[in-house]
Design a protein around this ligand. Structure first.
Ligand code: ADP
Ligand code: ZN
Ligand code: ZN
Length: 816
């Protein structure tokens, strides 16, 4: 009898492949273990065993595997089933799911590049003979390919050695950057609680009558404390009092002052203490309703306004599932994954919390993977971005999808182009787990599901501590301009409000949904606007670097002095972005600290966390940013949010534009006013009577929902139709045009439903590839699998035509 295994290889190939193993290997191997397999002429891949059997393949001779990598499965059968669902639903191959799901360090292949980059000094005595051989090789060449390693060691079985060097942190793969962020440590000082009251000053001064300098320090402290309630940094106090650190140390020894550091991103105004949190009455009611809802529904939507304390409710629910010995997954949109939430959860759950995030190094991700796989105490709760739905959970009880409306839950590239919320719901079903979707502004899809009784619905309409929702004031730009009540892009009203807020020692957030200085340069003589040579877009002007940049491919050129077309020097900027706002602010508020948060300033790995840290530490007065600011950040001291131009978000050519604008504005507005401070939002717009703007000011989700749903139904969009988008790409415009028409016609004949296209998108060329879009609208009551099969077959026929074979087809199901 012969022995075979079926494996997935991490490639965009639809099927699994059969390899032959010997009897011993067969009995040793379990589903979910990795094996190294030869593939094609000379490649080796890390493949995953998904089946064991005795049937030789019919159409080819099975090769033998090269080696077994694992002694235990690293993937379980529930996962494989989930991945199979993903591949089927999102119309990609199982190999693509596998490749995207597993951390790259677990997927060594012959092309992998290994880089010598020891984290610490290498302990030679710790190395095995083979490891030492490689160590020596690295001394003359810091980068080696797997093939080179095979020849250096003169053996094929090298994956375990690489694995071990990775674990010892001597090498990294593919020049991966390993960098860790340590939050800035600021040392603060406060009075010991025995003396922390204004009337204690006299006693203190008497006590210290023998030390002039200590008295100076104490007086200065009281002075600063009454001026400003911010925490007082040691450095500032010593400077202001003009005494040395020894003076302070003396007072600390006497238990008069206490020094403390804030290692975290959060300024605490009183004591740094771990208070036990009890739910408010409203939270308790919501909590009970959620539990009740879980008895009837697998998925429940919690619609709770910003600041209503959804996180505390999640924490209570998580506790409950941990008590039942279950694993918990807490999904967040990528950018919102700040230290903030991690700290909030670790405070409650200690080191049961693990974080899984694409910004983490491959090693760190592998570690979380193994912990989840072993159902370890250290990974009972995983906080993660969308890729954490791929982790090897074996006993999942509860999934929280926070900010469920966020478009970034949908993966654009590479395949699988999945929606993490939807993938999470399917995953939960496989584990018999419960899902809670949370948002202040739910997606129309989820709200509709609740409306149709497919999901449970619980609402929370009060902010915690009865803090009021911020008042939203509209500023009519047309009118302000007529009356000349503008300075740059700021209305006088907004400037006055900023001034007032700052003078109270509070902070301001300004929102402009566009980065750069101003979108475009325009020639006043001939109207020419400089374009990217490889993409169909205008270049964006960045003043700081004095250059023009393409936001699609990164192409840059120096700012031209003359028009390229007519040589006129009359060139001007049109529109405005965050950079220009920042510059105007710096001129208007000379003595204030102003910072900017957008994709241009957030390039470093931890740039985002660092900026949040300094904003929380009150080192920044005004923060200007794009929608990055809208994502679930909680700042205690922000009482004013300004939206500089509400209009461009409304005029986006996308059927979700209005829904998104509503969500974005309410989320940004939600940054204003927390704890005991009421907030205010000022929204500058040319269209104060636009429906969406009106619905934002009155926080009227219900009307927004009704109106948008009507449009969706009318124009055949989700949730009444499922959309499948085919994106076709080629460098040759004509060939693409012909090919896309061919496919369009073919699909139109095959499918009895609306097929649109093959449209040229508004940006019809990116990185020199022309683009055409075909959109298929599947009525919700039509069987999806049959339609998908028809689409697959059509694409196969298309690819069988020689002339069109080089046209790339990218499928996005439920595209965003
Ligand atoms: P949401 O996520 O709904 O916008 P959060 O969970 O961030 O709201 O809560 C808003 C603020 O209220 C946070 O600063 C949080 O610490 C505080 N808070 C919420 N619930 C409680 C509670 N039960 N006890 C104490 N503080 C709470
Ligand atoms: Zn010109
Ligand atoms: Zn470009």
């Amino acid at each position: 009898m012969k022995f075979f295994i079926n494996v997935i290889v991490p490639l965009a190939l639809a099927d699994s492949f059969t390899y032959e193993v010997n009897e011993n290997e067969f009995h040793y191997l379990k589903i979910g273990m990795r094996v190294a397999v030869p593939f094609g002429k000379s490649k080796v891949y890390t493949a995953l065993v998904i089946q064991k059997h005795n049937n030789p393949p019919l159409t080819y001779e099975a090769k033998e595997i090269q080696e077994i990598i694992d002694s235990q499965p690293i993937v379980n059968e529930k996962q494989i089933a989930h991945w199979q669902w993903l591949a089927e639903y999102y119309m990609c191959s199982l190999g693509e799911v596998y490749r995207n799901a597993v951390p790259s360090a677990l997927l060594l292949e012959s092309e992998t590049i290994v880089v010598y980059k020891p984290k610490n000094e290498v302990l030679i005595s710790d190395l095995s003979d083979d490891e030492f051989l490689l160590y020596e090789a690295f001394q003359s060449q810091a980068v080696l390919k797997i093939e080179e390693i095979i020849s250096i060691l003169n053996k094929k079985n090298i994956f375990p050695i690489i694995q071990s060097l990775l674990q010892k942190e001597i090498i990294v793969l593919n020049e991966e950057m390993i960098e860790t962020y340590k939050p800035k440590l600021i040392k603060y000082v406060r009075l010991h609680s025995d003396f922390d009251a204004p009337e204690k000053l006299k006693d203190l001064l008497e006590m210290l009558s023998r030390s002039e300098k200590q008295r100076t320090l104490v007086m200065k402290f009281f002075q600063m404390k009454t001026l400003d309630k911010k925490p007082i940094p040691v450095k500032t106090l010593l400077e202001e009092a003009d005494v040395s650190n020894t003076v302070l140390k003396g007072l600390v020894t006497k238990d008069i002052f206490v020094e403390y550091t804030l290692a975290e991103d959060r300024v605490v105004f009183n004591e740094v203490e771990n208070q036990e949190i009890t739910l408010s009455d409203f939270q308790q009611i919501a909590f009970d309703q959620i539990n009740e809802s879980f008895e009837k529904f697998d998925v429940t939507l919690l619609k709770g306004i910003t600041g209503s304390g959804k996180t505390e409710i999640y924490i209570r629910l998580i506790e409950q599932f941990l008590k039942q010995e279950k694993q918990v997954l807490y999904l967040l949109p990528e950018i919102a994954l700040t230290t903030q939430l991690v700290q909030r959860l670790t405070k409650h759950f200690g080191n049961q919390v693990a974080v899984f995030h694409s910004k983490y190094s491959s090693n760190e991700r592998v570690e979380v993977w193994h912990r989840v796989n072993q159902n370890s105490e250290k990974a009972k709760i995983v906080i993660g971005a969308r890729s954490s739905v791929f982790l090897p959970f074996s006993n999942l009880g509860f999934i929280v999808v926070d900010e469920e409306h966020e478009p970034s839950f949908k993966q654009q590239d590479p395949a699988p182009r999945f929606h993490a919320r939807d993938a999470a719901i399917v995953l939960a079903k496989m584990h018999d787990a419960k899902v809670l979707l949370g948002s202040a502004t739910p997606s129309l899809e989820s709200y509709y599901n609740a409306y149709q009784n497919k999901f449970g619905l619980v609402t929370l309409e009060k902010r915690f501590g009865n803090v009021k929702l911020p008042e939203i004031v509209l500023v009519d730009l047309k009118e302000k301009q007529k009356r000349k009540e503008m300075k740059g892009h700021f209305s006088i009203d907004l400037l006055d409000e900023i001034n007032e807020t700052l003078s109270r020692g509070e902070q301001v957030i300004l929102f402009q949904n566009r980065r750069g200085y101003s979108p475009v340069l325009e020639c006043l003589t001939c109207g020419h606007v400089p374009q990217c040579p490889s993409c169909d877009v205008s270049l964006t002007y960045h003043k700081y670097q004095e250059h023009l940049r393409c936001h699609y491919c990164g192409y840059t050129m120096a700012k031209p002095l003359k028009c390229h077309v007519c040589h006129s020097v009359d060139i001007t900027t049109k529109g405005f972005g965050t950079e220009q706002i920042e510059i105007e602010l710096k001129e208007l508020f000379l003595n204030r600290n102003i910072a900017r948060m957008d994709q241009d300033t957030m390039r470093g790995k931890y740039a985002f966390e660092k900026l949040i840290d300094s904003f929380k530490n009150l080192e920044i007065d005004i923060l200007v940013g794009t929608q990055m600011l809208a994502k679930g950040l909680d700042f205690d001291n922000v009482t004013l949010v300004g939206i500089l131009n509400a209009d461009n978000a409304l005029h986006f050519p996308d059927f979700r534009a209005h829904e998104r604008a509503f969500q974005m504005f309410l989320q940004v507005a939600g940054r204003a006013g927390r704890k005991d401070k009421e907030g205010k939002v000022m929204m500058q717009t040319y269209n104060p009577y636009h429906n969406i703007i009106q619905q934002v000011t009155t926080n009227d989700y219900a009307t927004m929902f009704k109106e948008q749903m009507y449009e969706r139904l009318n124009f055949k969009y989700p949730p009444f139709y499922r959309l499948i988008r085919l994106q076709l790409k080629h460098v040759d415009y004509q060939k693409l045009k012909e090919g896309s028409f061919w496919l369009y016609n073919y699909l139109s004949n095959q499918l009895e439903m609306p097929v649109l296209g093959p449209e040229e998108p508004s940006i019809n060329r990116i990185r020199n590839q022309y683009i055409r879009i075909i959109l298929i609208k599947i009525p919700i009551n039509v069987p999806l699998n049959k339609t998908k099969n028809d689409i697959r077959k059509s694409i196969k026929s298309f690819e069988a035509i020689g002339a069109y074979r080089s046209i790339k087809t990218i499928i996005s199901v439920d595209f965003y």
